[in-house]
Design a binder for this molecule. Structure first.
Ligand SMILES: *Cc1c(COP(=O)(O)O)cnc(C)c1O
Length: 245
């Protein structure tokens, strides 16, 4: 490894400081919601940042990382295999990438259509046969836009029950819960409240599917208030994303 960080380097110190601030925000929001005993899982979204930063984060105790592009995620997961990290795929996913994602991801947070669930099931079954991987946790991404035409990925709430049935019935897939990105423009609280309602309906049919993946740098407090179990935090830990090269 050419980019192993020095324990005392200044970037590690910067990341450590930002992590402390974010962890304090999470603890304060959880305490305000009366759930300090059930802190959400922190997924650090490392897209566009180098593998060396992920190595620093792992040394600082981060266990879960998120990526939104298969090519970048696959390369980082291969380079960092010995770090023992749990990889979450959080971006829009083309069906043809399912096979690659199934090689490194423990969870996909952006399952939003039957074709993708089918492709993931097939890919995971193949990977299970050859490498014995664990089942893939699938979060159904829900669109919270009022204007269906404007929506940027995600199943509309009415389509969630059918997709959930399909995932629950698929070998190799585990229905984990729901995921959403708060729409631009409106405040995050009404959006996350709506997501909590979609989650409650899902859990009524699928009692184990209690996951709620919600909350980014700007809105993690609102997400925790409405029951988020998984936070996806990028820029407040890593700083602004470098320009795409
Ligand atoms: C980039 C990204 C995040 C992290 O966003 P920040 O605002 O940088 O915290 C979370 N979720 C998804 C789906 C993302 O693409």
């Amino acid at each position: 490894m050419t980019d192993a960080p020095e324990a005392g380097d200044s970037r590690t110190a910067e990341l450590a400081g930002r992590l402390v601030v974010v962890r304090r925000r999470i603890e304060a929001a959880a305490a305000a919601a009366g759930r300090e005993d059930r802190l959400p899982t922190l997924i650090v979204v490392t897209k566009f940042h180098p593998a060396a930063d992920i190595r620093r984060l792992a040394a600082l105790g981060v266990t879960d990382v998120g990526e939104n592009r298969d090519q970048e995620a696959a390369a980082k997961a291969a380079e960092l295999a010995e770090c023992g990290l749990t990889w979450h795929f959080v971006g829009q996913l083309q069906t043809k990438k399912a096979k690659s994602v199934a090689r490194y991801a423990a969870a996909v947070h952006s399952v939003d259509r039957p074709q993708l669930a089918e492709a993931l099931a097939k890919a995971v079954s193949a990977a299970r046969a050859s490498t014995g991987r664990a089942p893939l946790d699938c979060f159904i991404q829900v669109s919270l836009e009022d204007d269906a035409g404007a929506h940027r990925g995600g199943a509309v709430p009415a389509d969630v029950p059918r997709l959930a049935e399909q995932i629950a019935a698929s070998d190799g897939l585990r229905l984990a819960g729901v995921m959403a990105v708060a729409p631009l423009g409106a405040g995050p609280e009404p959006a996350f409240e709506k997501l909590a309602g979609v989650s409650a309906q899902l859990v009524a049919e699928h009692p184990a599917a209690t996951g709620i993946s919600a909350g980014m740098s700007q809105d993690l407090e609102a997400a925790i208030k409405f029951g988020a179990t998984h936070l996806r935090i990028g820029s407040d830990i890593l700083g602004s994303r470098p320009a795409v090269g």
